[in-house]
Design a protein around this ligand. Structure first.
Ligand code: EPS
Length: 390
C-alpha cells in the first residue's frame, strides 16, 4: 500500500491517491474526517485552521462503502483558495500587483528551494513545502488505519514535551501502551497528564507573547501487531528502517527513536534487552519492551513505541535575519501568520505514516487481493504461533 499527494497550500485542493488497497475493506469518510479534525486541532495552532474545515471527498476506488481494489483518490478542499485564486492561478499572466516572496525564512525550504529550481519567488516553493500537505497524508492514512483496525491493530499518539515543558513518565515503555486514546483526545495538547498539559499550554502562551514558535516530542504507539512484520534478510525489508524513513518524511521531524532509543546506548546489555517468556494467554512474550516492539528489523508482537522530535515551526512573528533575493541586502524573513506550536497535530500525521508502513508490511506478509483472504491468513498465522497479539 502506498500513497502520493498533490496540491499547494493555497491552491484549490489537496489530492491523495492510495494504491495497493485490497478489495472488501469497509471505509468510512467519517473516521477520516475525525482524523482531519484531530490534525487541525491543538493548542497553539494558527489562524489558517480557523479558515479551513477539512473534510475528505473520496472520488474513486470505493463502492457502497467498500474498497474495490483499485486506486483510491481522495480530495481535501482548501477553503483559503478563494483568497488566493489570483496569486495561485494555474494559467494566465501574473497579476500586476503580485507581490513576490523574496525574503526566505531560515529553517523553511524557501531559500534552497528557489536556488534549486531557479525561481525568483519563494512562493513557488513554499506552497508545496508547507505542512498543509499533511492534510492529504492524514486523509490517505485513513485507509491504512481502517485496514489495520480490521485486523485488530490500533495506532495512537500522545505528546511528551513542548519546549521545556515535559511529561515525565515513570516507565514509558511499559505504561504508554495502556494510555487511553480517548482521554488523550480530550486534551488540547494531546497529553494524558493534566499537570504536564497545563505546563505545555503555559509554554505555548509564553512563546506566543514573544513572537516565538516551539517544537516538542511525541510518541506513536501501535498495539495488536503480530510478530514477524518486516524482515531481517535485506535492508529494504527492515521495518525499523521503513518506519524511520516514513517518519522523517514529515516536515520538521528531526529525530526518531525506537523503544529506549538513544538511552539504550548508555546502558549495559542486561538492562536493555527484553527477556523472553512464555505466557499462557499471549504465547511468546517479553518481560519488558525496551526494544519498543522491534527486534532484528521485525515486529516482536509487543506494542510498537516510537518517539519523534519536531523542531519549532520556521515562520516567526518576530522574524530572524535573512537576505532579500532582489536587493541582496540583509532584512527580516517573511511572515504572514504562523502556528506557535503544531506538535499535537504533527503527532496525528505521524500516526498516519506509521499506519501506512504497518499496513504495507501486513500486505507483504499476508497477501493483498482481498480482505477475506488476508483475515484468514492472519488467523492461521496466529494459530500456528499460538499467539494472541498485544
Ligand atoms: C498548515 C497550514 C499553513 C500553516 C502551516 C501548516 O497555513 P498558512 O501557510 O496558510 O498559514 O499554518 O504550515 C507550516 C507550518 C509550514 O511550515 O508551512 C496546515 O494546514 O497544517
Amino acid at each position: 500500500m502506498r500513497y502520493t499527494t498533490a496540491g499547494e497550500s493555497h491552491g484549490p485542493q489537496l489530492t491523495a491517491i492510495v494504491e495497493g488497497v485490497p478489495a472488501g475493506l469497509r471505509i468510512s469518510e467519517e473516521s477520516i474526517n475525525a482524523d482531519l479534525v484531530r490534525r487541525q486541532g491543538g493548542y497553539g495552532r494558527g489562524q489558517r485552521q480557523q479558515i479551513e474545515s477539512d473534510r475528505v471527498r473520496i472520488v474513486s476506488g470505493v463502492r457502497f462503502g467498500r474498497t474495490l481494489g483499485s486506486p483510491i483518490a481522495l480530495q481535501v478542499e482548501n477553503r483559503d483558495w478563494q483568497n488566493w485564486s489570483e496569486t495561485m492561478s494555474a494559467f494566465g499572466d501574473p497579476p500586476e500587483d503580485l507581490v513576490r516572496e523574496t525574503t526566505p525564512r531560515p529553517g523553511h525550504a524557501d531559500l534552497v528551494g528557489v536556488l534549486k529550481t531557479n525561481s525568483d519567488d519563494c512562493r513557488d516553493v513554499l506552497e508545496r513545502a508547507s505542512a498543509r500537505e499533511t492534510a492529504a497524508r492524514v486523509a490517505a492514512a485513513g485507509i491504512a488505519r481502517e485496514f489495520l483496525a480490521d485486523l485488530g491493530v490500533e495506532v495512537f499518539s500522545y505528546v511528551t514535551s513542548i519546549g521545556q515543558a515535559k511529561f515525565s513518565e515513570r516507565e514509558p515503555m511499559l505504561d504508554a501502551p495502556d494510555y487511553k486514546p480517548l482521554e488523550i483526545e480530550l486534551s488540547d495538547v494531546r497529553c494524558p497528564n493534566d499537570a504536564a498539559a497545563d505546563a505545555m499550554r503555559l509554554e505555548i502562551d509564553k512563546a506566543r507573547n514573544l513572537g516565538e514558535s516551539l517544537g516538542g516530542t511525541f510518541r506513536v504507539i501501535a498495539r495488536g501487531l503480530v510478530p514477524g512484520l518486516g524482515g531481517y534478510a535485506t535492508a529494504d525489508e527492515r521495518l525499523t528502517a521503513r518506519l524511520a524513513a516514513a517518519l522523517f518524511s514529515i516536515p520538521a521531524i528531526k529525530g526518531v527513536e525506537f523503544g529506549l532509543g538513544f538511552q539504550a546506548a548508555s546502558l549495559p546489555g542486561s538492562h536493555v534487552h527484553d527477556e523472553i517468556k512464555l505466557d499462557p494467554k499471549f504465547g511468546f512474550t517479553r518481560a519488558t519492551n525496551n526494544a519498543g516492539g522491534l527486534e532484528g528489523g521485525m515486529s516482536t508482537g509487543m506494542p510498537l513505541i516510537v518517539t519523534c522530535a519536531m523542531k519549532p515551526i520556521p515562520t516567526l512573528m518576530n522574524p530572524l535575519q535573512t537576505i532579500d533575493l532582489d536587493t541582496l541586502e540583509p532584512t527580516e524573513a517573511s511572515k504572514e501568520r504562523s502556528d506557535v506550536c503544531a506538535v499535537p497535530a504533527c503527532a496525528v500525521v505521524a500516526e498516519g505514516e506509521v499506519a501506512f508502513v504497518l499496513a504495507d508490511a501486513y500486505l507483504k506478509k499476508f497477501g493483498c487481493d482481498n480482505m477475506a483472504d488476508i483475515r484468514a491468513a492472519v488467523a492461521s498465522y496466529k494459530q500456528r504461533l499460538k499467539t494472541s497479539a498485544r
